[in-house]
Design a protein around this ligand. Structure first.
Ligand code: SF4
Length: 717
């Protein structure tokens, strides 16, 4: 193959288009890394509507990780004390099928769990749902999206009657005011931020507000940075609402025609006078008023958020409180306005479409709804198979391993031995597992240390399939090379296990186009209708935004689906969006005398999640050789901590050592640690040794963003 292939960056939910060319072009020298491995060439795809040719350092360097430390063959062992031995696919499949059948017979289907990933393509997600929720009759499929954006899903469903971000990236260039809360967009969604920053720089009247306890690169670019105390987001949002009410800057017509429950909300926000709110949030009163004034004076306000809102024990309440502001000001369903959650993983959106969480079903359906279950069962020809209860969410799977109720734990394309909260407890539970399958492209990887079977998975560029980004743009990602060794696409592995379990008729597909063709049938007449999409059509027309129902003409598909709810009819039974009335509860574990600082976690621009890929890219590891902790000079002075010295950080659950960065970029009383380092990359420096699993009761998303810690300079140990 010599020509370039258009595909999608497999890192974050921005979903940038990439063009990949082979390492050797005719008549040109082969592109190689320092070890002599040929490197595929990657550049931004100018024709992709979301990224318009831009890429960040992660997308630009991704090809360097393609051939490093690849898992090429199935491997197996009988106990965790033994080394792995190479086995055939038949042996690996036999073992997995035997363990699933035994668990099912002796302990019931709910003793089987799969923990998947937003790295999946939609076909992988869909096949796993059919296997677990359909054939096996357990809803125990959850994905790492649970740790990332399940609060946004719950918030959208509760406020609008359906999941689905109502905005698009073009809104970045059409807004009068960008309200960024709990998102370091400049580092975590860089190309989205590039588009916004250009618009902001070009138009002096456009305002940017950033709410974050840290002065991040995102905050540096803002007109107004509100460094609120961790856990006071709802206070701030209710405080802004209070001011808008006082000033009469609400959209009465919109509230009357398009919403319900406003009186209860109005009663709650009356308890948030600005003086009280400013004090509680730790910000100046005039800054709070300025933020409310920006909202009041803007015709089009676009809110964006990610983990800083979602990863919270009141994550759903926070999401809904953001949405409240949009409903009270009529900032939705029009260009440049709306509540826009930015997803973390490249295809977390595809997971939502395909039912890739323990409480949902394909086509934006929910497990608890009997009609939804019946629709999916009928489509699958598996009547009565879908369990009426939601399955185990991510952390509950860990608890199930702890108690022994989970007998088969199948992990694919994610790394829970680094990314789960309370990591020592997680590792202890993984160690107790009766049988764990780890399916991944890379080895070593931290979670493999707890696995009995390793399955080699094809990754980005080695399988053709579909991904949906944060703005509902669906892209066909064409394979440009073969998988190494015996690696296979995730969906092929799931389908083969299904066949060997005796469900062959439900997995008749010859290729991923067939899988996608079956999947889109389940979106018919749903909000996320994709019946007008297929591999062939996407390959021919390029990326397309949903909804895209069957029969939508070519000229329509490019422009007609940019925004949801443009007719101001929502997906609730009475077509009205619902105001939520929440008082703030604050952090699940606030600072106290023993653990006097609040730790917040996050990411750096160059690294991605647990470094499975970026830890293998020299340019990136050189830039970030050590995990670090940001401390305000006032706290550092008090504790005798110098810049660039090692600090022990302790919480109620564990401890870790981090290199001190003394900086005014973090507020006093708060410290920051990036979450990227697991045991493979740095000994005893794991952010999640410190975090706790207390979760939002609605979304079950743990509060990975905040816990109480104490700091001790290592020299004084
Ligand atoms: Fe990839 Fe996200 Fe960077 Fe785009 S912004 S190149 S999708 S990591």
């Amino acid at each position: 193959m010599t020509r370039s292939t258009k595909t999608l960056c497999p890192y974050c939910g921005v979903g940038c288009g990439l063009e990949v060319s082979p390492p050797a072009a005719p008549g040109k020298p082969t592109n190689r890394d320092k070890q002599g491995n040929p490197i595929w060439k990657v550049k931004g795809d100018r024709s992709h509507p979301s990224s318009q040719g831009m890429v960040c350092v992660k997308g630009g360097t991704i090809a360097e990780a393609l051939d490093k430390d690849r898992l090429k063959y199935p491997m197996m062992r009988d106990s965790l004390d033994e080394p792995f031995r190479k086995v055939s696919w038949d042996e690996a499949f036999d073992r997995i099928v035997d363990r699933i059948q035994t668990a099912r017979f002796l302990h019931g289907p709910d003793s089987i769990c799969m923990y998947g990933s937003g790295q999946f393509q939609t076909e992988d997600y869909y096949t796993a749902q059919k296997l677990l929720k359909g054939c096996l009759g357990t809803n125990n499929f959850d994905a790492n999206s649970r740790l990332c954006m399940s609060s946004a899903v719950a918030g959208y469903i509760q406020s609008f009657g359906s999941d689905g971000p109502p905005c698009c990236y073009d809104d970045l260039e059409e807004t009068d005011c960008a309200f960024l809360i709990g998102t370091n967009t400049a580092e975590c969604h860089p190309i989205v931020f590039n588009r916004l920053r250009k618009h902001h720089k070009k138009n002096r009247n456009v305002k940017m507000i950033v709410v974050d306890p840290r002065k991040t690169q995102t905050a540096e670019a803002a007109d107004l940075h509100l460094a609120i105390n961790p856990g006071t987001d709802i206070d701030l949002l209710n405080g802004i609402a209070n001011l808008l009410m006082r000033w009469g800057k609400i959209n009465t017509l919109f509230i009357e025609d398009g919403t319900q429950n406003f009186p209860a909300y109005a009663e709650v926000i009356a308890h948030y006078p600005p003086e009280l709110v400013a004090r509680k949030c730790g910000i100046r009163l005039d800054d709070l008023e300025k933020a409310a004034r920006y909202w009041a004076d803007s015709k089009r306000v676009l809110s964006m958020w990610s983990m800083g809102i979602n990863q919270s024990s009141e994550g759903t309440a926070k999401v809904r409180t953001i949405i409240n502001l949009h409903l009270m000001t009529g900032n939705i369903g029009k260009p440049g306005a709306g509540p826009f959650s930015l997803t973390g993983q490249p295809n977390a959106m595809g997971g939502r479409e395909a039912g890739g969480l323990a409480h949902i079903l394909p086509g934006y359906r929910v497990v608890k709804n009997p009609q939804h279950r019946q629709e999916v069962e009928t489509y699958w020809k598996l009547p009565g198979f879908i369990n009426s209860n939601p399955g185990l969410a991510a952390w509950d799977m860990i608890l199930g391993l702890e108690t022994g109720d989970v007998r088969v734990f199948w992990v694919a394309a994610t790394n829970p031995a680094v990314s789960m909260p309370d990591i020592e407890r997680t590792k202890a539970a993984l160690r107790k597992s009766n049988f764990t399958v780890m399916q991944d492209a890379y080895y070593p990887i931290e979670t493999a240390a707890y696995a009995h079977v390793l399955l080699p998975a094809a990754q980005w560029g080695e399988k053709s399939g579909i991904m949906t980004n944060s703005e509902r743009v669906v892209t066909y990602c064409r394979a440009f090379r073969d998988p190494p060794g015996q690696a296979r696409a995730d969906w092929e592995i799931f389908a083969e296990v299904g066949r060997r379990l005796g469900f062959g008729e439900y997995f008749p597909w010859r290729n991923s186009a067939d899988v996608y063709g079956e999947f889109v049938g389940l979106t018919r007449d749903r909000l996320c209708d994709m019946t007008g999409l297929s591999h062939d059509r996407l390959a021919e027309l390029g990326p397309i935004q949903w909804p895209c129902p069957e029969g939508m003409a070519e000229e329509e598909v490019k422009n007609s689906s940019k925004r949801l709810y443009t007719n101001l009819e929502f997906a609730t039974p009475d077509k009205r969006a619902k105001f939520a009335a929440y008082h703030s509860k604050g952090l699940a574990e606030p600072a106290d005398a023993e653990f006097p600082l609040v730790l917040t976690t996050g990411r750096v621009y160059e690294h991605w999640h647990t470094q499975t890929r970026t830890g293998r890219i020299e340019k990136i590891t050189k830039k970030h050789p050590h995990p670090f902790i940001e401390i305000h000079p006032r706290d550092a002075d008090k504790l005798g901590i110098d810049n660039d010295t090692w600090v022990k950080v302790r919480s109620r659950r564990g401890e870790g050592n981090f290199l001190a960065r003394v900086t005014k970029a973090i507020a006093p009383g708060t410290v920051f640690v990036p979450m990227h380092w697991g045991a493979l990359w740095a000994e005893n420096s794991e952010a999640n040794a410190l975090t706790h699993p207390e979760a939002c009761p609605d979304s079950l998303e743990p509060e990975l963003k905040a816990c109480a810690v104490q700091l001790v300079p290592l020299a004084t140990q």
